[in-house]
Write a protein that binds this ligand. Structure first.
Ligand code: BLA
Length: 495
């Protein structure tokens, strides 16, 4: 397949975790396994020294952190310590994560400790319909808007091809402009950044205008891995993106389903705004509550589909039983297939022979599609845009195909079944021109993000209606059924 829309190689090159700097709203200390400091952020002196004893490279941790250090060995593997420490002058939120045998300490000076956990009351049931799910999603982001005191909260869901769509939005009174329903290209959040959001409970950028703070290392040339460090400094391209959106403060909360980044909850504030770790934890608890209900909802939907599968093919089975072979069943079977899969045509290729009902592919196009499908790991291949997914695709009446391939007919011949859909013109509304996700600065090879997020309408040409998410499952089941139809017990010859 072509690279997804908006994928920009240069954006994937930036090693975000090795930025060698942090944001200035906190301080960073890294120790080795024996508690000796190997790295320090340059602001440690100003942020900590007034409040505590001095901290230096090559020395033991300052006394104010030693109580915390003593409990760290009891953390479960990969666990994260979240707590507080204080000195006579200053309180700190402290987050500690394991790092190559040692530990990374993030210290955030705090004024007060609000009790945001008070928001987390009430048991919310697992939604049973898509409408209920949407309602809960809206309530979630409204609760997050209140809890965060931000201007705008968006629920941004990723689509299979990597682009994303704003499914829900909540705005503080008086905040104008809406992103609801808009789509954004994959390159707005490079894969390299998505990987980091899979590893962390949140990503905060309290002040996009603040200058980054370098990290000093005890040994020259040892750049620390900041994959698990929220203080990590922000990519310059993204800072520009935020400025273009009029955003100074941002929080992202990942929604992870089956190990994959399913959505990001993105919070915007026009003014810089920093929350305490306990406020972030409360936001995370709310989003995780929704995430669990989303998981249960998806699991229930999957079970419904699997249950339905038992009966879904009863008619096709009866037709195949009656005829005993594909060829003579084709008349009835093809009508059923077109109806069931909302196809405009269906083609069966058996060795050199073709059977067709409705619109179909020319032998040349069929070959191109089969070749493309052969590169996939499964015997089911689905495309809603052949022009995008197959190289050298000539003009074709068929825009989208769902294919069951390589069904063995006998030792030498295979059957391919093509479900075909014609072109269906529709509009997609983007937040800015997705074909221009970047502006190349004049005379420079560096990229900078697009400046406008005004709705930009794309007329989708060359696409069919999209195939539903369960099409793959249905086709795999159909493949098994067709395979059984060719084996003896199904045939009625001898009866
Ligand atoms: C990060 N881009 C992000 C993040 C979001 C977006 C949410 C996570 C960090 C954050 O919370 O701000 C994008 N924000 C959006 C989108 C919406 C939104 C789509 O509110 C929709 C309403 N960005 C570009 C280009 C590049 C790029 C062209 O537009 C690459 C050259 C990079 N985006 C980029 C990088 C990060 C990022 C590198 C990671 C920033 C970091 O964590 O340091």
């Amino acid at each position: 397949m072509d690279q997804p829309r908006g994928f920009i190689h240069q954006c994937e090159q930036e090693e975000l975790h090795l930025s060698g700097a942090i944001q200035p709203h906190g301080a960073l200390i890294i120790t080795d396994s024996s508690g000796i400091v190997t790295h320090l952020s340059a602001n440690c002196k100003t942020l900590l020294d007034d409040a505590a004893d001095s901290v230096s490279l090559g020395q033991f941790l300052p006394a104010m952190l030693r109580d915390i250090a003593s409990v760290l060995p009891a953390l479960p593997p990969g666990g994260r310590y979240v707590g507080q420490c204080d000195s006579p002058q200053q309180e700190f939120d402290v987050v500690v994560t394991p790092n190559e045998g040692g530990w990374v300490y993030e210290l955030y000076p705090v004024e007060t400790h609000p009790d945001p956990m008070a928001m987390l009351n009430g048991v919310i049931p697992v939604p049973v319909s898509a409408d209920e799910l949407a309602e809960q999603c809206q309530s979630l982001i409204e609760a997050l808007l209140t809890l965060s005191g931000f201007d705008r909260v968006l629920y941004y869901r990723f689509m299979p091809e990597g682009d994303g769509e704003v499914l829900a939005e909540a705005r503080r009174e008086g905040v104008t402009g809406s992103y609801q329903g808009l789509r954004f290209p994959a390159s707005d959040i490079p894969y390299i950044a998505r990987e980091l959001y899979l590893k962390n409970p949140w990503r905060t950028i309290p002040d996009a205008t603040a200058a980054p703070v370098p990290i000093f290392a005890a040994e020259a040339n040892v750049t620390p891995d900041l994959s698990y460090v929220d203080l990590r400094s922000v990519s310059p391209v993204h800072l520009e993106y935020m400025a273009n959106m009029g955003v100074s403060g941002a929080i992202s909360l990942p929604i992870i389903q089956a190990g994959e980044l399913d959505a990001l909850i993105s919070c915007h504030c026009a003014q810089p705004r920093q929350l305490t770790v306990s406020q972030l934890q409360a936001m995370r608890s709310l989003s995780e509550g929704f995430n669990l209900r989303l998981r249960d909802y998806k699991a229930r939907r999957r079970l419904d589909v699997i249950d339905g599968l038992q009966h879904y093919f009863d008619h096709a089975k009866a037709v195949l039983m009656r005829h005993g072979e594909l060829e003579s069943a084709w008349g009835e079977l093809s009508a059923w297939l077109m109806d069931t899969f909302a196809a405009d045509g269906v083609m069966l290729q058996m060795g050199g022979e073709y059977y067709q009902k409705g619109v179909g592919l020319t032998p040349n196009v069929m070959q191109i599609v089969a070749q493309q499908a052969a590169q996939a790991s499964s015997n089911v291949w689905i495309s809603d845009c052949l022009r995008r997914d197959c190289s050298d695709m000539p003009l074709s009446e068929v825009a989208g195909v769902a294919l069951i391939s390589d069904l063995p007919l006998d030792q030498h011949h295979f059957v391919n079944l093509y479900l075909c859909r014609v072109e269906h013109l529709y509009e997609v509304v983007w937040g800015g021109n997705p074909d221009k996700p970047v502006d190349y600065r004049e005379g420079s090879r560096t990229v900078s993000p697009r400046r406008s997020f005004e709705s930009w309408i794309e007329q989708r040409v060359g696409y069919s209606r999209p195939w539903s998410a369960s099409t793959r499952l249905y086709l795999l089941k159909l493949r098994t059924l067709l395979q059984q139809a060719k084996s003896m017990p199904w045939r009625n010859d001898g009866e």
